[in-house]
Design a protein around this ligand. Structure first.
Ligand code: PLP
Ligand code: TYF
Length: 400
């Protein structure tokens, strides 16, 4: 039956982990997938998460189905975390929100909902480059995927003029995907002033902003500072779509905990949108998993656990920043050709090193150092034990 099915390519990010696993060299380093590692290179379960989980095990032993849109207290708290306590649409009961299968599922629900109900254009504009899964998610949702310029190779910074020009040229009513903070893969975000300009432009052009917030807290170490762009847009009267993930900021990767929301005109409109979100979700997976949402909600609803969690997010962000500084210094100490300032100025989980595809291949083959072919490294994979070896390997690869 399947003789005509062609082999497909592996996921460019998760494929790196496969190559890493197959390597037997003890010096090997995996900087492919964006998953936090502690100072010893080990996966990290947050203490606030452990405590919340312990409470669940004693207080919530049953395994009933959740409603289609998930655990209501969790989705309300997730929306509060993103939009802020004082958000006007939240206070007005005008935010339609549903639990999702982490950030990926939130993007997919959003794509499907917009393809079905957004009355205008059916195209979505993504930054170049963007997270590799964005294109297939939105294409499979039934939207036409287009691009706007984002990364400037020359300056290793934001191509703000190119971004503005492409958004100006986009047809009225097109959807624009924006990384809310800690852009993946470049680690480069617009400044506050640039976000304000983007908000005005997107309003003027009647574009529809769709925020992907997979790293709230990871960019600056503060969840509210990282929500600036989203909150600014909402304060300026935009109606927005938002995909949230708790994979990174709570370390809940495999629990698949996230939320999708839309701000609407009022409570009556919200109720209609809610009813259609349910109709989108029900044939996909009926209702979401419970455990991760209970853990996240336990943290978001308890002031003591919440502040412990905030400290832990900041701790992860700070460790990454210290690795950026060390990498920058060591590359310079080794007289590595090139300007490496971007390692320090980029933010969030990743650094877009500027290493070329042949250099990344050489690093894998000769040094057992793995990263994605675009030269992106997950900074969290670096630690005090491997950063010298990594810096020396990069320096050698660049010197050729
Ligand atoms: N969006 C971006 C930009 C990401 O980097 C990721 C990956 O972590 C996601 C969304 C979704 O990830 P998850 O489905 O694990 O929450
Ligand atoms: O960019 C990353 O590394 C994360 C994790 O198919 C990820 O977003 C990567 C690939 C993928 C799912 C998650």
């Amino acid at each position: 039956v399947w003789s005509a099915v062609p082999s497909g390519p592996p996921d460019p990010i998760l494929g790196v982990t496969e190559a890493f696993k197959a390597d037997k060299d003890p010096r090997k380093i995996n900087l492919g997938v964006g998953a936090y590692r502690d100072g010893n290179g080990k996966p990290y379960v947050l203490s606030s998460v452990k405590k919340s989980e312990e409470r669940i095990l004693t207080s919530h032993p049953e395994k009933e189905y959740l409603p289609i849109t998930g655990l209501g207290s969790f989705t309300q708290n997730a929306a509060k975390l993103a939009y802020g306590e004082d958000s006007a649409p939240l206070k007005a009961g005008a935010v339609a929100v549903t639990q999702s299968i982490s950030g990926t599922g939130a993007l997919r629900i959003g794509g499907a909902f917009l393809a079905r109900h957004y009355p205008n254009a059916k195209s979505i504009y993504l930054p170049t480059p963007s997270w590799g899964n964005h294109t297939p998610i939105f294409r499979d949702s039934g939207l036409e995927v287009r691009q706007y310029r984002y990364f400037d190779k020359e300056t290793v910074g934001l191509d703000f003029a190119g971004m503005v020009a492409d958004l100006k040229a986009a047809p009225e009513n097109a959807i624009v995907l924006l990384h809310a903070c800690a852009h993946n893969p470049t680690g480069i975000d617009p400044t506050v002033e640039q976000w304000k300009e983007l908000s005005d432009l997107i309003q003027e052009k009647k574009l529809f902003p769709f925020f992907d917030m997979a790293y709230q807290g990871f960019a600056s170490g503060s969840t509210s500072r990282d929500a600036f762009a989203l909150r600014h847009f909402v304060s300026q009267g935009h109606q927005v779509a938002l995909a949230q993930s708790f994979a990174k900021n709570m370390g809940l990767y495999g629990e698949r905990c996230g939320a999708f929301s839309l701000t609407t005109a009022d409570a009556e409109e919200k109720a209609r949108v809610d009813s259609q979100l349910k109709i989108v979700i029900r044939p996909m997976y009926s209702n979401p998993p419970m455990h991760g949402a209970l853990i996240a909600n336990g943290i978001l609803s308890d002031p003591a656990l919440y502040s412990e969690w905030e400290g832990e997010v900041k701790g992860m962000a700070d460790r990454i920043i210290s690795m950026r500084e060390k990498l920058y210094t060591t590359l310079n100490d080794l007289n590595t050709p090139g300007e490496w300032g971007h390692i320090k100025s980029q933010i969030g989980m990743f650094s877009f090193t500027g290493l070329t595809k042949p250099q990344t291949q050489a690093l894998a083959e000769k040094a057992h150092v793995y990263m994605t072919a675009d030269g992106r490294i997950s900074m969290a994979g670096l630690n005090g034990n491997n950063i010298d070896y990594f810096s020396e390997s990069v320096s050698k690869a660049v010197k050729g």
